[in-house]
Design a protein around this ligand. Structure first.
Ligand code: SF4
Length: 353
């Protein structure tokens, strides 16, 4: 794919057909950075509201640096992958100390939570630098355009694709700002995943080797993933005097520092839960409901059984006991969303009783 018409055709298509997204209307590296971090692992439609609320609360990198982790995690609630939020916070503090936003790829890459993709995306969109930003969309589009059958999970394939993107990068900063975006947009709206590519609508179909050779739907190649580990857990929504018990997770590891409903390994019977409560200084009064939920992390799947149970006694665990209003303010990860909903219903019923 060497034709010099490829890049202008793609850019022209982007300028006329791209979706209007709030982070595409700015050149502020801080706003672009926030959007890129949110868009990792999260769909565009879901990110828009979070992005707007986040920038209302933290309009500048200094405001984010000075903000509390509790407020940050609360704004992040529901987006998942909370280490992204913590890294944003750490990086904002580093940027404040250095006295301004870094303007080169290497300086950006050195910040916490900024990998090759994000550094490339910010350096191009904010500063007009010729830096590839290769995400899943770009891997798919470029694999097809060049009929590359390498496993896209291998660093060597990624490097080949980055080199190919770089070969086509436009020289003018105004064009460079949107080139990565244009490739991603093509992947998101035309050369789509999980469905046949819409080649008849593709502005660069004339340069596509996979289309010419009939291989598009077999690309990109991705070797089979390892199965996730399944963990059984029992989650307890403990109600006492119109409040529910929450506890803070440890500061390291999965969902570090977030709030959760008390829980334990395995599938526990009512008798097991009673014994556990007793060890915590509590006794069951009423068993209201049994429920179940599943949550998928990158490498682990939680299969959860839950009990809503009213308790009496003084806990030895020093749980936080939250009423209906306070419950909404705790940063509880979406893994516990089903139990949080059930807790809110239980508290409102108790309040109305
Ligand atoms: Fe993708 Fe089809 Fe365009 Fe090739 S022609 S890049 S397969 S949409």
């Amino acid at each position: 794919m060497n034709n010099t018409e490829f890049t202008p055709l793609l850019l022209d298509w982007y300028r006329h057909h791209a979706r209007d997204l709030p982070w595409r209307r700015t050149r502020d590296p801080y706003c672009i950075w926030v959007s890129e971090i949110m868009l990792q692992q999260t769909r565009v439609a879901a990110v828009i509201g979070y992005y707007t609320r986040f920038l209302d609360a933290f309009p500048t990198v200094d405001a984010l640096a000075d903000g509390s982790e509790e407020q940050l995690l609360s704004l992040w609630q529901g987006l998942g992958y909370y280490s992204r939020a913590r890294n944003l916070h750490r990086a904002a503090r580093e940027i404040k100390v250095r006295g301004g936003f870094p303007e080169t790829y290497d300086e950006l890459r050195a910040l916490p939570g900024i990998g090759a993709y994000t550094a490339g995306a910010i350096a191009s969109a904010a500063f007009g630098l010729p830096t590839p930003a290769v995400d899943g969309n770009v891997l798919r589009v470029m694999s097809r355009l060049t009929d590359n059958h390498g496993d896209i999970q291998l660093p060597s394939t990624r490097r080949e694709i980055e080199a190919e993107v770089l070969r086509h990068f436009p020289e003018s900063p105004d064009d460079a700002r949107i080139f990565n975006q244009a490739l991603m947009e093509l992947g998101a709206t035309v050369c789509v995943p999980n469905a046949p590519p819409k080649c008849t609508q593709c502005p660069v179909s004339g340069y596509c080797l996979a289309r010419e050779r009939g291989t598009a739907e077999t690309l990109p190649v991705r070797a089979a993933k390892k199965a996730r580990r399944v963990e059984a857990r029992t989650v307890l929504v403990l109600c006492r005097e119109n409040r529910v018990a929450l506890r803070k997770r440890p500061g390291r590891g999965l969902l570090a520092g977030l709030w959760e409903f008390p829980n334990a390994d395995g599938v526990l019977s009512e008798a097991d839960v009673t014994a556990l409560l007793s060890a915590w200084g509590l006794s069951p009064v009423d068993w209201y409901q049994k429920l179940s939920a599943k949550h998928i992390f990158t490498h682990i799947e939680w299969h959860m059984t839950g009990y809503i149970v009213s308790v009496t006694g003084d806990d030895t665990q020093q749980f936080s006991w939250a009423d209906a209003d306070a419950l909404q303010t705790y940063a509880v990860p979406s893994a516990f969303a089903r139990f949080r909903e059930a807790a809110a219903v239980q508290l409102s019923e108790a309040n109305n009783a």
